[in-house]
Design a protein around this ligand. Structure first.
Ligand SMILES: Nc1ncnc2c1ncn2[C@@H]1O[C@H](COP(=O)(O)OP(=O)(O)OP(=O)(O)O)[C@@H](O)[C@H]1O
Length: 366
């Protein structure tokens, strides 16, 4: 379980999922997109599979290609090459008319809500049903159901200008669900909201996923959104997927520098006061060995008692950040061991106490 690892040494990365046959909801195959007049692809050779009922996050920096990718999933953008297969349907093969009907199975919510200012909350939610020719009684029933789901019954006659950002997004979510879609696409759905409202909207999306078994694909530049909501994540950089896997895994053990930067401050680099005192060789008899124990959800647990029993003498806990993601411990402990410990004996002493052990070097004068 334990491996001695020098940070940055490991090569990267394809932690592709092993998908249960027949359970894929969205399949993206070798998708590339180049906008007219551009010299480079906005998306290059993207291949991804998203399972039915999961919440799949796509994260990346500004300009990485997130919006382009999510818009290719309902053909708001057409790929230059490759294809998107949803529920067994190759959506690039659909005619305009088929596409209109097909899109009812796919709800979409947007960062800026896209509500009609001259219609009330109730009317905004009802509108797509009217356009689809749904009878009035059925429309009323559906709107009532969705108002209750998103917690807006009391605000149903308000105008969008009278709503908070979070309430506007609740309207956007209700409107996206009017046709009972089995896929919901979220385009930076919480980016315009404050942290508390973001949490409430993420909780609503989680409830919708659990109660209605809707597959959710969301794009975001916020790692917290992925952490709090998603089961799986793909990291996109310069139009390519550079890393992907279960959230707990990517979160606890990012392989790519871009991912680490997105994760900051969760993925802690060394505290400056340690880094400045760190050397590869022991400087004097008081130099202490710095080790980082990483928990990446592979099975090891941060068992302080076992640690103390295994390592004798003074142990200084310099930094600790372990949290439980999907019931798996993820994070790290940074320790300075007793001065007599040498780099070459430590892995044996600490065997099985971490998923990954990094011997960082000797710290003098801390
Ligand atoms: N309509 C367009 N025409 C030409 N280039 C475009 C167009 N839309 C996007 N791009 C370019 O494609 C690349 C990917 O853009 P995209 O909007 O998909 O990225 P993003 O990750 O969603 O960024 P952001 O988080 O800033 O919205 C960028 O270089 C962008 O400038």
């Amino acid at each position: 379980m334990v491996s001695l690892t020098i940070p940055g040494e490991r090569d990267v990365l394809d932690r592709s999922l092993t998908h249960a046959a027949g359970n894929d909801h969205v399949i993206i195959e070798a998708l590339s997109k180049r906008y007219p007049g551009q010299a480079v692809d906005a998306l290059h050779n993207i291949t991804l599979a998203i399972r039915r009922g999961e919440i799949f996050g796509i994260i990346g920096r500004s300009g990485a290609g997130k919006s382009t990718l999510i818009r290719c999933l309902n053909r708001l953008e057409n790929p230059t090459s490759g294809r998107v297969v949803i529920d067994g349907t190759d959506i690039s093969a659909l005619s305009r008319k088929q596409l209109v009907a097909w899109r009812r199975n796919t709800g979409m919510i947007f960062q800026h809500f896209n509500l009609l200012s001259a219609k009330t909350v109730r009317e905004n939610i009802e509108l797509p049903l009217k356009v689809a020719g749904v009878p009035a009684a059925e429309r009323a029933r559906k709107v009532d159901e969705l108002l209750a789901l998103v917690g807006l019954v009391e605000r149903q006659h308000a105008w969008p200008s009278q709503l908070s950002g979070g309430q506007k997004q609740r309207v956007g979510i209700a409107r996206a669900l009017v046709h009972d879609p089995d896929l919901l696409l979220c385009d930076e759905a919480t980016s315009a909201l404050d942290p508390e409202t973001t949490r409430a909207i993420l909780a609503l999306l989680k409830k919708i996923n659990q109660q209605r078994h809707i597959t959710i694909v969301l794009i975001t530049h916020e790692m917290d959104v992925v952490h709090d909501l998603c089961h799986q994540v793909a990291v996109i950089d310069k139009g390519e997927i550079i890393e992907r896997g279960p959230v707990w895994q990517v979160y606890s053990d990012p392989r790519q520098e871009t991912t680490r930067q997105l994760l900051n401050p969760h993925f802690q680099t060394l505290p400056p006061e340690i880094e400045s005192r760190l050397s590869a060789e022991r400087k004097n008899s008081a130099s202490r060995l710095a080790v980082r124990l990483r928990y990446t959800g592979q099975g090891a647990r941060p068992d302080i008692g076992a640690l103390a029993a295994r390592v004798s003498g003074e142990i200084t806990l310099v930094y600790s950040a372990v949290e439980w993601v999907e019931s798996k411990p993820t994070g790290q402990l940074l320790l300075l061991l007793d001065a007599r410990y040498e780099a070459n004996i430590v892995p044996h002493e600490l065997a099985n106490l971490a998923d990954r052990l990094e011997v960082l070097g000797y710290v003098t004068g801390y």
